[in-house]
Design a binder for this molecule. Structure first.
Ligand SMILES: *Cc1c(COP(=O)(O)O)cnc(C)c1O
Length: 368
């Protein structure tokens, strides 16, 4: 189906960037350095600076950023890692890939991010790390999470795959835990033209370990110190991401402005708008409303040419891939309830304000 207002519009973005991208791509091809070249190194430096961290390590995807972060933290078979059930499957799949067992903790009903009040109960003798997810670009309540982690000597690895540029108490998400993991999947606030990811940290040991792990464990060519894998950030993606990084702040501001219009237009309607605690500055990767009549609203908006999506329809403990965890329906009531009510509306830097007003008015029409 072709929508008058699609959820994302890469075509518009490319039009906007074409004059910057094409000369850079031509230069990239003429240079002939395709793996771990100077653009990866430069992008790592620039991205670390943007995150207010000492180091950044480019990797193949957000999933691998999480997986390698766990391995660099010494976490594998026998360990448990806590995360939330209402996230991209990649978060829990990365835990499984490391050999550890994902343990889920329910979320706060207002923000749909990890509920610090439920965290202690999820910690057991095998727990080694917590992966809070800044879902939809909304920063988790990090202070109590970090405090509980400190008391229990647990690593905190942030899943910042949806929160490039979001802030918690004036600090960048991704700069609060021992490691911050980012995805540059094309739809993310900072998106590549394919798959790519990044890990940021301040700790030299983790940095060194991650540099080996992402590149087959090589210290020097053909000398393998650890059992690493091939998870390098492509040089060409780095060329393109360097261009897009310069626009990130501006694009995030555009997202925030559009989100503000949605909230103003919908706050007195029948739908529940996202709530951002005052000490956070969300990145609005997604603008996700809640309503008991979600499926009907989604169908109605489709008839008006408006594409909406559900992030995410099935909580991870109810996915077949995690059937081995034997977690029945009812295990995480807040996440389960939200999965039936959430609906993400179109929101990207190239969406115009009139479209947002039109979408909001159609939502109000639906409830009339
Ligand atoms: C996108 C995403 C990932 C995975 O990133 P990929 O680059 O697609 O592997 C992990 N966690 C969250 C919350 C995401 O949104």
């Amino acid at each position: 189906m072709k929508y008058a207002i699609p959820f994302a519009d890469f075509h518009l973005e490319f039009q906007h960037l074409e004059s910057e991208i094409m000369p850079a791509v031509r230069e990239f091809f003429s240079r002939g350095s395709y793996v771990l070249g100077e653009n990866v190194a430069a992008f790592e430096k620039e991205f670390a600076e943007a995150c207010c961290r000492r180091y950044a390590i480019g990797v193949g995807s957000g999933t691998e950023a999480l997986h390698l972060s766990l391995r660099a933290s010494g976490i594998g078979a026998g360990a448990e890692v806590i995360t939330v059930p209402n996230t991209a499957a990649a978060t829990a799949l990365a835990i499984a890939a490391s050999g550890a067992k994902p343990v889920f903790c329910d979320v706060d009903p207002a923000t749909l991010t990890l509920d610090p009040g439920k965290l202690t109960a999820a910690i057991g003798p095998a727990t080694r790390a917590i992966i809070p997810v800044h879902l939809y670009g909304q920063p988790c309540d990090m202070d109590p999470i970090l405090e509980i982690a400190r008391k229990n000597r647990l690593a905190v690895i942030e899943d910042a795959c949806q929160s490039h540029g979001a802030k918690y108490r004036d600090k960048q998400t991704g700069s609060l835990g021992s490691l911050g993991c980012f995805s540059f999947y094309p739809t993310k606030n900072l998106g590549a033209y394919g798959d790519a990811g990044m890990i940021v940290t301040d700790e030299p040991k983790l940095h060194e370990s991650l540099r080996l792990l992402r590149n087959l464990g090589q210290t020097d060519r053909y000398h393998h110190a650890v059992k690493g894998l091939n998870s390098r950030l492509d040089e060409m993606q780095a060329v393109l991401l360097r261009i897009k990084l310069k626009h990130l702040e501006d694009w995030n501001e555009k997202r925030r402005a559009l989100a503000e219009i949605y909230t103003a237009e919908l706050s007195k309607s029948a739908v529940q708008v996202p709530s951002a605690p005052p000490h956070t500055k969300p990145a609005f990767h997604l603008y996700t409303i809640r309503t008991k009549r979600r499926d009907d609203l989604m169908a109605y908006l489709a008839t008006k040419g408006i594409q909406t999506l559900i992030h995410y329809p099935i909580p991870l403990h109810r996915q077949q891939a995690f059937a081995d965890l034997q977690l029945p329906e009812g295990s995480f009531p807040v996440a389960e309830q939200s999965a039936r009510e959430i609906l993400s509306l179109p929101l990207h830097p190239f969406l115009n304000q009139d479209s947002v007003r039109f979408i909001a008015s159609e939502i109000r029409n639906f409830y009339r």
